[in-house]
Write a protein that binds this ligand. Structure first.
Ligand code: FAD
Length: 591
């Protein structure tokens, strides 16, 4: 039964040798914990709902076209009005930055602290790792007094929706309300908790039941692990009993943009924060052309989201990157090229295998010279070329940074020094199964933050739980992954075959596609073949192999099976067992 419905794709060191197939696409949703109005510590809950997609992207895209045809005269008038209202980005209105945030009553707060003595728990950074550490601390130590110092203007929030749902939302005020519609249609806030959840520092210190206070807009510049003191940017000091570093990562740039002059830099965004989202949202409403540099998760998700936004604002979105396909550092080549086609269907102009050779300002636009001698004009450029661990104060604090992976070096308990822990993107930890690693993903921030928090409050637990990550490329592609997922490793992909409807849809596309679609229907399974460009990879599982052992798994449009994948990684299964292991994922089930 299984063999009749599945196709196997083998891609060993970029020498593909495979076979594949596909089924109906699904859309799923991830819901984050809702507000905790009781101010009680809660365990983070991670739900996933699966819903059937009723339309594919093609038919959704057709809808505006049909409407436009039926109202062609009106549409032409409306179009000219919209275009005339769209003011191109100019040098005079390019100030999209918000006024710098100033934490009120900081001096009073710090004076209170010096009277109180060392704060029991000090968390540096107000991101996901830090907030989940807080929750774990309060679970083990219910009256804990916790102080967070973060350099952003905002209370703790989650970043993944910033490159996904917020761009697909029909509401136009998401950047103001910071509340967005999840894939399942429910609304939620980007913030973990509303402002009422947090106390002032005075309240935390006075309250016998403790709680959490956040000092926002302040940077930590040094940690003295011996004296157990943290220094802020104006020389202010905070003594601690236990401290967590959760400074995350910062976006990388490339020299051609770094060395550009100020008038060009104003047209460049390195995307990471709520502030960046607000800025890009404003820019999108004004500009006609956006170029995204980078083909990884962030660049690809943003390209997809901005292209969707562009459908209403009539701006064009171009994505350029050196790899042969989207997410080429993670996915085997055949799948990343297939993903690029899907992005093109979403309206993104994808230009693979190019680098940026030069930049110049042409009026109000930036002209990019590409390595293939093409030039592109852009109102705005988003650079999404990866991140580096934020270890700015490592040297001055005498803390070790891993020379290979970056990040503060910690042991299996996430501890760097006595009474000093590190979690999230900023940590380079020892994974009992997969060796020394650094992971830049939300689930790792949650898991490692929680572990560090528990250990700060008195436990001594090792990092054992294998974290996962995910990416969504618009309505058709969502995947979840675990372990070492690196396209330089050999992979074995197993995909479901298309059903009759999908084959017929394929047949309608072109003669070449028609031929290959018919073949994929006829081909039965146990014959290995290389992936073809016309293959559909709508649903499947990919295994990444190192030294004959499965070290990474991607679940491609397969949801709710992560615990199985985790077990496979934890048990270091051999690649010889792949066919049997694939059955566990029930790819043939209809969900
Ligand atoms: C747009 C976007 C989309 C993403 N989507 C996904 C996804 O789909 N799936 C997934 O698994 N992961 C995703 N990620 C990655 C995920 O969000 C990160 O791995 C996670 O946020 C890491 O959490 P963290 O707490 O370690 O660091 P961060 O979230 O980076 O938080 C660290 C905080 O510390 C602050 N800070 C840094 N230095 C200092 C200092 N010296 N003093 C005070 N404060 C400081 C920073 O400003 C920041 O606010 C995404 C990331 C981004 C940016």
């Amino acid at each position: 039964m299984f063999a009749r419905h599945l196709v196997f794709c083998r891609n060993i060191k970029n020498v593909p040798e495979t076979f594949n197939v596909c089924r109906r696409s699904h859309k799923f949703s991830r819901q984050f914990p809702s507000f905790n109005i009781l101010n009680q510590p809660v365990k983070p809950i991670f739900y996933r709902n699966v819903r059937h997609a009723t339309t594919n992207s093609g038919s959704k895209k057709n809808l505006p076209i049909i409407i436009a045809i039926s109202a062609v005269g009106g549409a032409a008038v409306a179009y000219s009005i919209i275009r005339s209202k769209k003011t191109p980005v100019s040098e005079t209105d390019d100030d999209f930055e918000e006024t710098p945030f100033v934490h009120e009553h900081l001096d009073e707060d710090l004076a209170l602290l010096s009277e109180f003595g060392p704060i029991p728990y000090l968390l540096i950074g107000a991101g996901s790792a830090s907030f989940n550490a807080y929750r774990a601390i309060r679970t083990v130590d219910p009256t804990a007094k916790v102080l967070v110092v973060g350099d952003e203007a905002y209370l703790p929030y989650m970043r993944p929706p910033l490159s996904k749902e917020v761009w697909f939302d029909k509401k136009t005020d998401v950047a103001e309300t910071l509340s967005f519609t999840q894939w399942d249609g429910n609304s939620r806030s980007l913030f973990y908790e509303p402002p009422s959840f947090f106390f002032t520092l005075k309240e935390v210190l006075d309250n016998k039941n403790g709680g959490i206070a956040v000092i926002r807009g302040k940077k930590v510049v040094k940690v003295d692990p011996v004296g157990q003191v943290v220094y802020l940017d104006k020389g202010e000091k905070i003594s601690y009993n236990k401290c967590l570093i959760a400074t995350g990562s910062k976006p990388k740039n490339i020299p051609v943009f770094e060395n550009a002059d100020k008038s060009i830099k104003k047209h460049i965004t390195l995307f990471k924060t709520i502030q960046d989202f607000k800025k890009l949202d404003k820019i999108c409403k004004k500009c006609e052309s956006i170029v995204i540099v980078g083909g990884g998760f962030l660049g690809s998700e943003l390209a997809c989201g901005l292209a969707r936004k562009g459908v209403s604002s009539s701006s064009t979105v171009t994505q350029v990157f050196p790899e042969t396909g989207n997410m080429g550092k993670v996915l085997p080549e055949y799948l990343s090229i297939w993903a690029s086609k899907k992005l093109a269907n979403e309206g993104v102009k994808v230009i693979p295998e190019v680098e940026i050779k030069g930049l110049s300002k042409q009026g109000n636009k930036i002209e990019l010279q590409l390595s293939n001698n093409q030039t592109l004009k852009a109102d705005h450029i988003v650079v999404a070329v990866g991140s580096d661990a934020n270890t700015d104060f490592a040297k001055v604090s005498g803390l070790e940074v891993d020379p290979l992976h970056g990040g503060f070096v910690v042991n299996t308990e996430m501890e760097a020094r006595k009474n000093l822990w590190v979690a999230g993107d900023a940590s380079c930890f020892y994974d009992v199964n997969l060796g020394r690693r650094r992971v830049e993903h939300h689930d790792h921030a949650v898991v490692s933050g929680r572990l560090a928090g528990e250990n700060m409050a008195g436990n001594a637990k090792p990092y054992w739980h294998q974290s996962m990550f995910w990416s969504d490329l618009g309505p058709d592609i969502g995947f979840e992954a675990i372990g070492i997922v690196d396209s330089s490793l050999p992979t074995i992909g197993i995909f479901t075959k298309p059903n009759e409807t999908e084959i017929n849809e394929e047949k309608g596309k072109s003669d070449a596609d028609q031929e290959s679609a018919s073949k994929s229907k006829l081909e039965t399974d146990s014959v290995l073949r290389a992936p073809k460009s016309a293959d559909n990879y709508n649903k499947g599982v990919l295994f990444y192999i190192r030294d004959d052992v499965i070290v990474g798994i991607v679940l491609w449009n397969v949801f709710g099976k992560m615990p199985i994948a985790r077990q496979v990684i934890n048990e270091s299964k051999s690649q010889d067992d792949v066919s049997e292991i694939a059955k566990l994922f029930e790819l043939h089930s209809t969900e």
